[in-house]
Design a protein around this ligand. Structure first.
Ligand SMILES: [Zn+2]
Length: 437
């Protein structure tokens, strides 16, 4: 999002861009029934997605059938506090007035924008940016080096395929070992159902933004998935150095942009898909109470997302963007919340990347089926493959020694025995008999 016209959450833009929704459109559209409900925003659809990934989800056949317009309640502090999900400002004020629970306290943290803070040895450095809105090559602050670069969505103005391809090329070329990307509401071509669906005003969604013709949305999505050295997450996890990263592009409905869900059950069910064992959560939109205050002093974060984060997932870090003026870092002493919006309220790419370091869990392996299927250039070597490589090394080494030195086989055997464990061709480790050859 971005809070364009006076505190309205991200969705509009200016300067050569498609027209912004009117300033009051957010409030107005909240009362309208979304007309492309055949895709994700219904409770039933969200439920279907959840059951496909979580064994704990309720059986739809026996579950109640609330709809997105029925009241939805979020719970906090071990279910001792409940509040309606639909109005984040009201919900947050209610929660704060009822509880002094540590998990609901918010403390500001000075963002680590680096260069100033030295990196501790044997740490995994994570660099966070978001909401670059097509200005990734014009960021005024340098991006610090690190192991993981996270972009939390809205990397385009309004999802032009050429801009998506250019961004993927730029991000894949960054020097960080791993580059993780999710979409935001502005990246409209990446939301297939949205882009090819019908907007609330009755016209094709793509026509609202792409006045020069429909873009090749298939190519846009292919660029996300097939760009080498780029990890695209859409309600998916990846494990890097023992830490689980989960990315999701969704956010509460705002001006009928992409990856929107009605507040209440649709959001609640989407967040149920997030694995509990998530260490670093990446969503485009913020939870309520953290980096979500828009310029009209209203909150735009998701109530159900905060409930999922504080009551169940409790990640180490939660990285997001969407509310540009919410840039900064807060904590509830369990989770550190990072609004990494690069663009300011006026869409200037002036905010510095935010950095955090994690103690390394595993310096040698990067287990991830996602990386293998994503053609990211990372090869996972299994134990079986290691044994095969070792055997081949012995055979080849054996042939080389035999051909080069023409020594009797018993000397050959001594050499090979000492060559195991990486000592091959290290003369200092050779048996005395071999040194004298
Ligand atoms: Zn934005």
């Amino acid at each position: 999002m971005n809070s364009k016209p006076r505190g309205v959450p991200s969705g509009g833009r200016k300067g050569g861009a498609p027209p912004l929704p009117p300033p009051n459109s957010y409030i107005r559209q909240k009362t309208n029934k979304r007309n492309h409900n055949k895709r994700k925003p219904t409770w039933r659809n969200a439920k279907t997605h959840a059951t496909a990934n979580k064994t704990t989800a309720t059986d739809p056949a026996t579950a109640p059938t609330p709809t997105s317009i029925e009241p939805c309640y979020a719970s906090f502090h071990n279910n001792t506090i409940t509040c309606r999900s639909e109005d984040p400002t009201l919900a947050w004020n209610h929660v704060l007035s009822k509880s002094t629970a540590p998990c609901l306290q918010v403390s500001s943290v000075v963002p680590r924008t680096l260069f100033a803070s030295p990196r501790a040895p044997e740490t995994l450095r994570v660099v966070c940016i978001s909401d670059t809105h097509g200005k990734h090559r014009r960021m005024t602050k340098d991006i610090p080096a690190g192991d993981v670069l996270i972009h939390a969505g809205d990397f385009t103005n309004c999802g032009h395929t050429s801009q998506i391809k250019d961004f993927c090329k730029w991000m894949a070329g960054m020097p960080h070992t791993h580059k993780i990307l999710i979409c935001g509401n502005h990246d409209i071509t990446c939301d297939k159902d949205y882009y090819n669906g019908t907007a609330k005003n009755g016209q094709a969604s793509w026509k609202r933004f792409h006045h020069n013709g429909k873009n090749d949305d298939v190519a846009a999505r292919r660029a996300l998935r097939e760009t080498k050295n780029l990890i695209y997450l859409e309600d998916e996890s990846i494990v890097i150095d023992g830490y689980s990263f989960y990315g999701s592009p969704w956010q509460p409905e705002f001006c009928d942009w992409a990856f929107n869900l009605d507040r209440g059950y649709p959001c609640k069910m989407m967040w149920e898909k997030i694995p509990t064992a998530t260490d670093i959560l990446i969503t485009h939109g913020p939870p309520v109470g953290h980096g979500d205050m828009v310029s009209q002093q209203q909150r735009a974060g998701c109530v159900d997302l905060l409930s999922a984060v504080t009551e169940r997932i409790r990640p180490l870090y939660h990285v997001f963007g969407h509310v540009h003026e919410g840039y900064g870092v807060t904590t509830n002493q369990t989770t550190t919340f990072i609004n990494a919006s690069t663009c300011t309220l006026s869409y200037r790419p002036n905010n510095a990347p935010i950095v955090f370091d994690l103690p390394r869990k595993n310096l040698n392996t990067i287990p991830s089926t996602k990386m293998e299927s994503n053609n990211s250039g990372i090869i996972k070597i299994s134990a079986k493959m290691k044994r095969t490589i070792a055997l081949l090394t012995l055979i080849l080494g054996s042939c080389c020694v035999f051909l080069l030195f023409q020594q009797p086989w018993h000397i050959h055997y001594i050499f090979l025995k000492d060559s195991v464990n990486g000592l091959l061709f290290d003369r200092s480790s050779l048996p005395t008999t071999m040194k004298d050859l």
